[in-house]
Structures are given as structure tokens and as C-alpha cells.
Design a binder for this molecule. Structure first.
Ligand SMILES: Nc1ncnc2c1ncn2[C@@H]1O[C@H](COP(=O)(O)OP(=O)(O)O)[C@@H](O)[C@H]1O
Ligand SMILES: [Mg+2]
Length: 302
């Protein structure tokens, strides 16, 4: 196991930022840590990296316990903090040399050049960090996180604030890097998890509400309902509608517009059509919608 988190709680005064959080991450896994703002993602990541200490519970990274944060522990982890704090007035290359120097890398020059290659910073290496676009700053952040060749990468919202092209570039970069490392990345974007991660852990108000392979997000979705949105030409008898086979509940959007929650395995549209015929209603519109990822996320974290 690369990361073992057991029964973690973290209190800030009265507030419980994390409560009974436990999970394991295997070596080589890319795990998405998903949750709305304030869920506790950054707090959990800071505890894993050793920047914060937990109130209760234990954390191990590559077999080392976070009760003793030493050089060995730090060398296991590469960390890209939220908002990626960088020295704005340093040159890219100079900054990476400084970070590598902190780790006392024997082959510093070579290693800095490798990182510049890996993260696509060739043309920017002689520029001042403050002059770079946000996408390139994220690359510098990734380069500094990787320079000491850590086994585990902790990336806190690596694509937040980037434009759509930059998001794609950084996602591709992370996917490439992830082939050789254990990666834990936080995000509040459900699609990000689908794009990059093998597994998703969803955190809400300090608690884990889902932990599932990304490929099974569809199954999670499948267990929830499907909405049939129908509009008639006039008001119908709600009780009759509720009694139709496969209908779970009905939300009346207006006097003629109904959102019918139904069993995901059934398509109730023919039944609704027959209902309209039997009750002399004209259907002005009807559509069936499965719950999307965003709605699933909303349902799990509301
Ligand atoms: N240093 C701190 N002092 C007090 N409260 C904090 C501190 N850091 C985080 N919190 C609180 O803990 C909760 C979780 O925050 P955080 O881990 O940053 O969430 P996320 O990264 O998921 O948005 C929030 O309610 C936040 O206000
Ligand atoms: Mg955060």
C-alpha cells in the first residue's frame, strides 16, 4: 500500500473538518478525491504530506508513519498545494534548481533539465515565474513536485482556474506521470475524475460518502432514478399518474408539467403515453433523462 489512512479526525476548534476518514491507496493507483468546497480535501492532503497533524487516527505513506515526519517521509511525497504558491520573481530554472537543492539531489542539473522536458517547459525555462500563464505555472508546480522522484504524488486541485485548453494539457500530463506513480488528486469537478482517475473517493463535510472504481460510477448512477419529463395540454390527476407501473414519485413543475421519477430499469414512456390517451390528454413534450454525473455528485454531497 502506498497510502493507508485509518480513522482520521481533524478538529479546528469546535469544527470537525474530518471525521472517521479511512482509505487505502495501492501503489500505482490514480485516485480522485472529490468533494465540494469545504469538504476537507485539502485538510486530508495536508495531513498526508505532514503539514498538519490529525487529531485522531493514523496515516502511513509507503510504510512510514506520519507521527515521525523526517527526510525519508518527505522524499516519498511530491505535493502540489492548492493555489500553487510559487516565487513570482524567480526564474523557472532557478526555482527548480533551488527546490532540487533542498533535496540535495546529486545530479541536480540533469534532473532539472529532465523535469523541464517532462513538463514541457523548454521555452519557458528562462522566464520569470510571475510572467507565465496559469497553465505554465501549474507545470512549474508539477515539476517541483516531481523533481526528487517521489513515489506518491498529492495534487490539490491541479486544474482549478485553468482555461479549457490548459485543463486538457495538465490532465494529459498527470495521466502520463500517473503511469509510474501513485497519484491522489483532489477536484470538485466530476468529469475530471472520469477523465483521469481509476478510482474515486467522495468526501462531504469531512466524511467519505462514496469510494468506488471510476468505471463503476455508472453503476452508482444506475442505482438511482431516471426522470421522465412530460408536459400535457392540461392538468392531470396526480394520483392516477402516481399509480402507473414503474413510477416512484412525481414532482409537479407547473399545472401541466410533471417530472416523473421512475425505476431506472424500466422505460415508462409507453405507459405515460397510454395514460394520456386514456385520459384525453395531449402530450406536448416528453423526454427521459438518466441522472448525470453532476446530479449524482449533487445527490451524494447535498
Ligand atoms: N487552519 C484552519 N483553521 C480553521 N478551519 C480550517 C482550517 N483549515 C481548514 N479549515 C476548515 O475545515 C473545513 C475543510 O476545509 P478544506 O480541507 O480546505 O476543504 P476543501 O479543500 O475540501 O475545500 C472548512 O470548513 C475550512 O473552513
Ligand atoms: Mg481545498
Amino acid at each position: 500500500m502506498s497510502i493507508v489512512v485509518k480513522g482520521i479526525a481533524k478538529n479546528f476548534g469546535q469544527q470537525k473538518a474530518l471525521d472517521q476518514v479511512s482509505f487505502n491507496i495501492k501503489s500505482g493507483e490514480i485516485v480522485g478525491f472529490l468533494g465540494p468546497n469545504g469538504a476537507g480535501k485539502s485538510t486530508m492532503m495536508k495531513i498526508i504530506t505532514g503539514l498538519l497533524t490529525q487529531s485522531v487516527g493514523s496515516v502511513e505513506v509507503c510504510g512510514l508513519n506520519n507521527s515521525n515526519i523526517n527526510k525519508d517521509y518527505r522524499r516519498k511525497i511530491g505535493y502540489l498545494p492548492e493555489h500553487n504558491p510559487l516565487y513570482q520573481d524567480m526564474y523557472v530554472k532557478e526555482y527548480l534548481q533551488m527546490v532540487g537543492g533542498v533535496y540535495k539531489l546529486p545530479n541536480l542539473k540533469e534532473r532539472v533539465n529532465e523535469m523541464i522536458d517532462l513538463t514541457g517547459l523548454e521555452r519557458e525555462q528562462h522566464k520569470v515565474i510571475g510572467s507565465l500563464s496559469k497553465g505554465y505555472r501549474q507545470r512549474v508546480g508539477l515539476a517541483q513536485a516531481l523533481i526528487h522522484n517521489p513515489e506518491v504524488l498529492i495534487l490539490d486541485e491541479p486544474t482549478t482556474g485553468l482555461d479549457p485548453n490548459q485543463i486538457l494539457e495538465i490532465r494529459n500530463l498527470i495521466t502520463n506521470i500517473g503511469k509510474e506513480k501513485t497519484v491522489m488528486l483532489s477536484t470538485h469537478i466530476m468529469q475530471e475524475v472520469e477523465a483521469i482517475c481509476e478510482r474515486v473517493i467522495i468526501l462531504n463535510r469531512g466524511k467519505i460518502v462514496a469510494d468506488s472504481p471510476a468505471s463503476q460510477l455508472d453503476t452508482l448512477k444506475g442505482e438511482s432514478e431516471v426522470i421522465v419529463d412530460v408536459e400535457f395540454n392540461k392538468e392531470c390527476d396526480l394520483n392516477k399518474l402516481l399509480q402507473l407501473e414503474g413510477v416512484q414519485s412525481v414532482e409537479k413543475a407547473s399545472s401541466t408539467h410533471y417530472k416523473i421519477k421512475s425505476n431506472p430499469k424500466a422505460d415508462i414512456r409507453p405507459t405515460v403515453f397510454q395514460f394520456a390517451v386514456d385520459n384525453q390528454l395531449i402530450i406536448l413534450g416528453m423526454s427521459r433523462k438518466e441522472m448525470g454525473l453532476e446530479e449524482l455528485f449533487h445527490q451524494l454531497t447535498q
